[in-house]
Structures are given as structure tokens and as C-alpha cells.
Design a protein around this ligand. Structure first.
Ligand code: CDP
Length: 241
């Protein structure tokens, strides 16, 4: 086989082996999680919440009394922490030293410190590697801040979900959370490591006047145009035939 043919056949094999990633990025309280979870259900894909990973590590760092500004101590902590990302009911789950901190991920102190902790470069390297691991076995809907720009820059399916700041504030308050989302947005957008940006080939959706189903329908329509099969709302979570 000529080198050219070999290269082409490898490329075809990779294309077949590769799983699909739908990247959904956006600022705080833009509705990413609800949209991504619903979309994953309709597609029959695994839902990965990358923010939960940064939140879980933040929770563990705080409970150990580590200053979230102290990058050197966080780097040291990361050498010993056992961070496991797996799946539960088709959704990502994170265990830190065998503990599942799910119920603490939205605590006030985690909301306040997660942007500081997520700016630690070594942590980002570790978590991005774990995020990429999922795609070896599953088709994914993954949400976060840098999924389309850094984690999966080659995916052709990128969405950036936004909403007016006061709408986002109201949404977070309605969830009963105290969350300084303006501070987090500023920190996330201005940090050096993988800042929140709109990937150049992402489709931007303003969700200010849309319901969750409205946003999901918009994304589903775009995905269908690109050749993916997406079930309607009533078929959600049924396997696609
Ligand atoms: O509360 P919200 O759903 O808006 O945020 P999240 O997705 O739970 O993410 C919490 C925090 O984790 C963000 O404010 C970022 O500091 C960080 N994060 C990140 O740096 N990169 C990601 N891919 C996801 C989250």
C-alpha cells in the first residue's frame, strides 16, 4: 500500500472510531447544564458537566483548609489527590479520594472560590485529560467554559449559550443560590489559562427569552442539518432506532 493510501485509510479508520462531541460553553447561569442534560437525553449521548469537576476539587481544597489563591499548595495537593471521573446513569460523576461531593458542589464557598481554583494550570491539565478520556468510549454532550476552544477544538458541533446578565442573575436566585456570577464571569474571562471565549466556529444562542426546551430545539435543528439524529422532546431518553 502506498504511503498516501495508508494515510487515507488511517484517516478513515480514525473518523469511524472517533465519537461525537457536542460542545456547549457559556457564562455562569446561562442555562448550559439544563440544556446539555436534555440534549444528551434526546441524542442518547453521555452528559458531561466539566464545571462539576472544577467544583469538586474546589470543595476538597476548601475543606482541607488550603487557600484557593495558593497555587503552590494546590499543585502539591494535586500530586496526592485521587481524582476519578466515571459515569452514573449516563452522566459524568467525580470522586475525590473515593468521596462523591455531589451535594456540596453548589455550596456558597464553592461558588465563591471555584474561579480561583480553576485558574490553576496543573489542575486544568489534569481535568482536561480526564474530559478527553470519555470520548474514547462514548458520544458526548459536554458543557463548560473551554470545551469548544480548548478541550475539543476539532469538533464541528460547538454552541455558546448566553443570556443577559440580569436574566442570569434572576435564574441563579430562583435556584436559591448565592452566587456572584459577575465576579465569576470576569475571573473566567480574564484568566490566562483557557479563558472563557466564544470559539470562532461556535454558534451563539441568546437564551434570554427562551425556555430550556426552546434552546434545545434550536440546537437540535442545527444538529439535524449537520446530519445527526435527534429525538423530539416526548421521545427523550428512548434509544434511537
Ligand atoms: O455555575 P455554572 O453552571 O455557571 O458554572 P459551572 O459550569 O458549574 O462552572 C463553575 C466554574 O468552574 C466556572 O466559573 C469556571 O471557573 C470553572 N470552569 C472552568 O474553568 N472550565 C470549565 N470547562 C468549566 C468550568
Amino acid at each position: 500500500m502506498t504511503a498516501q493510501k495508508q494515510a487515507r485509510s488511517n484517516c478513515e479508520m480514525r473518523a469511524q472510531d472517533r465519537h461525537i462531541v457536542i460542545a456547549i460553553d457559556g457564562p455562569a447561569a446561562s442555562g448550559k447544564s439544563s440544556v446539555a442534560r436534555e440534549l444528551a437525553g434526546r441524542l442518547g449521548f453521555v452528559y458531561v458537566n466539566s464545571g462539576a469537576m472544577y467544583r469538586a476539587v474546589t470543595w476538597d481544597i476548601l475543606r482541607r483548609g488550603i487557600d484557593p489563591r495558593d497555587h503552590a499548595r494546590i499543585d502539591n495537593y494535586l500530586k496526592r489527590a485521587r481524582i476519578v471521573c466515571d459515569l452514573q446513569n449516563n452522566e459524568s460523576r467525580i470522586l475525590i479520594n473515593d468521596i462523591d461531593p455531589a451535594e456540596h458542589l453548589r455550596d456558597d464557598n464553592v461558588n465563591n472560590s471555584v474561579s480561583l481554583v480553576s485558574s490553576v494550570l496543573r489542575l486544568r491539565q489534569i481535568l482536561v485529560e480526564k474530559m478527553r478520556y470519555y470520548v474514547r468510549d462514548y458520544d458526548l454532550v459536554m458543557e463548560g467554559r473551554d470545551i469548544g476552544s480548548v478541550v475539543f477544538p476539532d469538533t464541528p458541533f460547538k454552541f455558546y449559550i448566553d443570556a443577559l446578565p440580569d436574566v442570569r442573575l434572576r435564574r441563579r436566585a430562583a435556584e436559591g443560590q448565592r452566587d456572584e456570577i459577575a465576579n465569576r464571569d470576569h475571573a473566567d474571562s480574564s484568566r490566562r489559562a483557557s479563558p472563557l471565549v466564544i470559539a470562532k466556529d461556535a454558534e451563539v444562542i441568546d437564551t434570554s427569552n427562551l425556555s430550556i426546551q426552546g434552546v434545545v430545539s434550536k440546537i437540535a435543528a442545527r444538529l439535524r442539518k449537520k446530519g445527526l439524529r435527534v429525538a423530539g422532546p416526548r421521545e427523550a431518553r428512548q434509544p434511537l432506532l
